[in-house]
Design a binder for this molecule. Sequence first.
Ligand code: SAM
Length: 284
Amino acid sequence: MNNLSDIGVIKEILGRHGFTFSKSLGQNFLINPSVCPRMAELSGAGKGVGVIEVGPGIGVLTNELCKLSDKVVAVELDKRLLPVLDETLKEYDNIKIINADVLELDLGKLIAQEFDSMDVVVCANLPYYITSPVIMKLLESKLPIKAITVMVQKEAAQRMCAKVGSRESGAVTVAVNYYAKPSMLFGVSAGSFMPAPKVDSAVMRLDVLSQPPIEADEKKFFSVVKAAFSQRRKTVANSLSSGLGIEKSEVIAMIENLGIPTNARAEKLSMQNFADIANCLEKG
Ligand code: SAM
């Protein structure tokens, strides 16, 4: 079997298929041989486990996932890559390629049809332009997925894996922590890809929680988080007042009552603080 992270092999295969990289599809293919085996190993792929991969490219990570798991379903939008994948994955009978946009696909149906009663994990080197929408779709759809191991832009991984309540946290940190336990796995330099992107990447894993870590009405919780972070430089009292259309004096009285400092910014609040605010608003 060819080494699919060898730059010479990649060029030969892609040249023979007349393939040219599409920047708009986020096509940066891995050429660092140490990344995919490590990523597949850490993703939870294994016997009795089904894997969903987003964007297999020429199949470098897919190969490792097929070696470890009972079944891999890879979703690739670029149909020019289908004949390439037919060739590079021909030795496996546990792979199914679906030519679709992952953001349009009914993943619940896919899991029910393809994975029966298997545990399911996601493992992918995500195209940068849809990192957050893909992750949020996977989390918000409440799919029966155990873990999501993805390579994303380093800054995006740092933001999602930041501690809630720390300076590095944002609305996406709180959202991710509502659904999962995030952990940073390892960094990957820009030079590990062809063509090399301008930024470094990192691999992170999200272990999906069976239930949220706090109790609150989900819609209210997220409207509070969104409003709180809408004006990062302002105090949470100000941003909640303008974001939710509530008198500032009322917001101050509420957060004071909850033991939250009135001059706190959103990045200082804990998951429980956001939940408390949502529950107060819910009560009216
Ligand atoms: N897995 C390969 C690797 O690591 O070398 C390729 C990763 S590349 C960063 C992203 C891949 O996602 C490309 O193959 C691209 O065509 C595919 N892609 C882009 N947008 C997509 C979408 N909306 N749905 C599914 N695949 C997509």
